[in-house]
Design a protein around this ligand. Structure first.
Ligand code: C2E
Ligand code: MG
Ligand code: MG
Length: 766
């Protein structure tokens, strides 16, 4: 960098140059002593008092310069402005140029006036020596160099020229290039130093910035040399690795430093081998990223980049929160939050892994366990108890299946188990049955003892034929079969179930077509006064005649419709037909329509009923609605609200199949119910078994106590009828003893016959 003008020199550099002028008072003193001695010597040789005057000049100038030197020393340099610095430079230049002028004058005088060879030699020598020192000490000021050179040389040139001596004139001319060279040298030194000062300033600035950047990095950084010694380490790295003062770590071995940090802070004992291995891999370049767990509370993610000159730069950050969140999310995705068991997707992964790990697993088993009547627990004991029961079941399952099977939890009250086949052990069948047997039993939940049974669907397959979805379908089919039989059953999948499943799917398709076409017809089963003297009400029973299979029992197709979610449409059609038909019957006859559980799940049924009543014009008092006990327990509060509203319109509510569900006389009085229809299972043996009769009478007494009207269903024989009449067990009788379900058109005739006493039990069959 060329220093063309002082203006371009930054103030701090300018100050450092000017400061350099005021350094080293000793040389100033030495110079002054030499100058005086020389001039005294000339005086003693020549006797010319002019030199004594010049000596006095030296002393005065020296005193003056020393005064300014000490003043400068006392000045607070950092406070100096540029013009003040310039003033100091000028003060210096004045002193230096004065000394040079005295020297130059002494030399010029010796050449021109004394013309004594000693005097000339001594004066010129000391002047030239001073000139040389000009470069060494005055390079910082161009003005000082220029003026000193001029002040030294000019008197000598003038003296030489005035002496009118050819050789002296020649010498004087030589002084010009000498002066110029001196000046150029001083400038060269100044420029060189200036460039260096600027460069080192730049470097300092860059180093400062680099240090600030390192210190403020949110990441930890360690730069290692090829021998794994720390060259650079930033503050964050020390913080994260629990290390002390970073300045002390330079040149230390990373491994040793980490051991120190690890031992004294966050991990007890030696550095875990996994971390060591991961670090080694990062350093040797076999991996470029690694997540290292130093402790429960410290997980760092490292990335490494190799340096071209050897060594490596490690950058790392604290990812504890992120990794924890990731793990939490993963856990939430994988495991059921209630039971802590693997959910469907993760369970499938575990099974797939197991199958992949052991190629020859042989036969493997898959079991779906379903808690029997879990809804009942939920509804009767509350959801919290239900949840706790599931947790208790999950825990017991885990205990029982430890080392035996992989356990998962898919939905609600269903658990799944995968049994890998193992040689030399009990066969899968026995192992599965054993778990099914042992999981059933009494569970203590919140101080309650709940007896739990499980329906189980199982399938045993060859692991080579592993197809998760297929297994699930097969186990589900077996479970379906188990549940349709009785509680607590375990059923193994059999091929015919598949056929039944396919059959059922077909039935579903056909049912949808029939419902859409309005092909569901209705038959009516009358209810008579026990003595048969009056037909009071008719139960509407849905009928479906399949084009190929003929009549399908309502028990079957209603359940299918429920599975398909279209039962409410059937209900709507039946209510519509029943109300229309009832309008055609004598006014005292009511019609009773069955509602499905699903009808009571939302308030749409209210709209259906009211719009049908409005459309057909049937008096609400002539419409009865039958609900089963099981539909009452599901969502009890919603059902209660719906029934209350319907009853509010004047509709009669009957409990159907009473006694078959969770006979809960306890809640019967709290429900908006008018009629109880005692299930035919209570009638079946009353003639043969007196205890059955007593049971029936007990139910009747209780129901009467609650002011409920009693319909006894399924009365088939005159004997049963006679007993029911004898013990006054029924307000109405419904059963084959009087009539099977018949078409609507026959109701009026039947009613007429009853009233005219021409109708007898067992006389009317459609
Ligand atoms: P439920 O409501 O208890 O209807 C009485 C069932 O008992 C009828 O069977 C009827 O034919 C039969 N039954 C009547 N008297 C006797 C008897 O003396 N002995 C014997 N063994 N059976 C008798 P069905 O018509 O096959 O209906 C079966 C069930 O299907 C009904 O039981 C009812 O729960 C359901 N269901 C029928 N129609 C509908 C409907 O439109 N909607 C709904 N949700 N369910 C319906
Ligand atoms: Mg019924
Ligand atoms: Mg019934």
């Amino acid at each position: 960098m060329k220093v063309r003008s002082r203006k371009v020199v930054p103030t701090d550099v300018y100050l450092s140059f000017v400061s350099s002028l005021f350094e080293n008072r000793n040389t100033l003193f030495t110079g002054m002593v030499v100058h005086i001695l020389t001039f005294l010597a000339i005086y003693s040789k020549s006797g010319d008092a002019f030199y004594l005057a010049l000596c006095a000049g030296f002393v005065i100038v020296f005193a003056n310069r020393i005064y300014w030197f000490s003043r400068f020393e006392q000045t607070d340099k950092l406070q100096l402005t540029r013009s003040e610095i310039r003033l100091w430079e000028r003060r210096y230049v004045l002193g230096a140029a004065s000394t040079a002028a005295i020297l130059g004058t002494g030399s010029g005088y010796a050449i021109f006036v004394l013309q004594d060879s000693f005097a000339e030699l001594a004066a010129i020598a000391v002047t030239m020596a001073s000139m040389v020192s000009v470069v060494g000490r005055n390079y910082g000021s161009r003005l000082a160099v220029d003026l000193q050179t001029l002040a030294c040389c000019l008197p000598m040139v003038i003296g030489s020229l005035l002496a009118q001596d050819f050789y002296k004139a020649l010498l004087s001319l030589m002084l010009i290039p000498f002066g110029l060279t001196t000046r150029a040298m001083a400038n060269g030194v100044r420029e060189f130093l200036y460039a260096n000062v600027i460069a080192s300033q730049e470097m300092e600035k860059i180093a400062g910035r680099f240090d600030t950047a390192l210190t403020n990095m949110t990441h930890g950084l360690v730069m290692l040399d090829p021998h794994n010694r720390i060259e650079v380490i930033n503050r964050k790295a020390c913080e994260l690795l629990h290390l002390g003062d970073r300045k002390r770590l330079t040149n230390c071995d990373l491994d040793v430093v980490l051991r120190y940090g690890v031992r004294h802070t966050f991990v007890d004992g030696s550095m875990p081998s996994l971390i060591q291995k991961q670090l080694a891999q990062l350093i040797d370049g076999s991996t470029s990223r690694a997540v290292m767990q130093f402790s429960e509370d410290l997980i760092l993610e490292f990335s490494a980049s190799r340096r071209p000159e050897g060594g490596v730069v490690l950058i790392f950050e604290d990812v504890t929160a992120r990794i924890r969140a990731d793990r939490k999310i993963l856990h939430m995705v994988r495991y059921d939050s209630l039971t802590g068991l693997p959910q469907r997707a993760y369970f499938c992964d575990l099974v797939k892994d197991k199958v992949a790990q052991q190629e020859d697993l042989g036969q493997v088993g898959f079991m779906v366990l379903d808690v029997d009547e879990f809804k009942h627990v939920n509804d009767m004991k509350g959801h919290i108890t239900g949840d706790r029961l599931l947790v208790a079941i999950a825990n017991r399952l885990l205990e029982l299946a430890a080392g035996e099977a992989i356990v998962g939890h898919f939905v609600g009250d269903q658990f799944v188990l995968f049994f890998p086949g193992r040689e030399g052990e009990l066969d899968l069948d026995t192992r599965m049955r054993s778990i099914h047997e042992r999981i059933a039993g009494s569970y203590e939940v919140e101080g309650l003892h709940i007896a739990v049974t499980f329906s189980a669907g199982c399938v045993i397959l060859d692991s080579a034929e592993f197809r998760m979805e297929e297994w699930q379908i097969k186990a589900d089919l077996a479970l379906y079969e188990a549940k349709s039989r009785s509680r607590g059953r375990l059923v193994f999948f059999a091929e015919e179930m598949d056929a039944r499943y396919v059959e059922r799917q077909r039935l579903k398709t056909d049912l949808r077509v029939a419902v859409d076409a309005g092909d569901i017809s209705v038959a009516y089963q009358p209810m008579f006064k026990p003595d048969g003297s009056a037909l009071e009400c008719c139960e509407a029973l849905a009928r479906w005649t399949h084009p190929e299979k003929g009549a399908i029992p309502p028990n079957v197709f209603i359940q299918v419709a429920e599975e398909m979610g279209i039962v409410s449409e059937i209900t709507r059609q039946v209510i519509m037909k029943a109300c229309r038909d009832c309008m055609a019957w004598p006014e005292h006859i009511s019609v009773s329509v069955n509602l499905s559980m699903q009808d009571l799940r939302n308030e749409l049924i209210i709209d259906t009923v009211t719009s049908v009543l409005a459309e057909t014009g049937l008096a609400p008092g002539r419409l009865h609605l039958e609900v089963t006990e099981s539909s009452l327990i599901e969502e009890l509060s919603t059902v209660r609200l719906i029934l209350e509203q319907l009853r509010g319109y004047g509709i009669t509510i009957a409990i159907d199949d009473f006694g078959t569900g969770f006979s809960s006389l306890s809640y019967l009085d709290t429900l908006p119910v008018d009629v109880v229809k005692i299930d035919r299972s209570f009638v079946r043996n009353i003639c043969e078994d007196v205890r059955r009769l007593n049971l029936l009478r007990g139910i009747v007494t209780l129901s009467r106590g609650l002011n409920l009207q009693i319909v006894v269903e399924g009365v088939e024989t005159r004997e049963q009828l006679a007993l029911l009449i004898k013990y006054n067990c029924a307000d109405l009788i419904q059963g084959y003893v009087y009539s099977t379900p018949i078409p609507s058109s026959e109701i009026e005739e039947l009613s007429r016959l009853a009233e005219s006493k021409q109708f007898e039990a067992r006389t009317y069959v459609a």
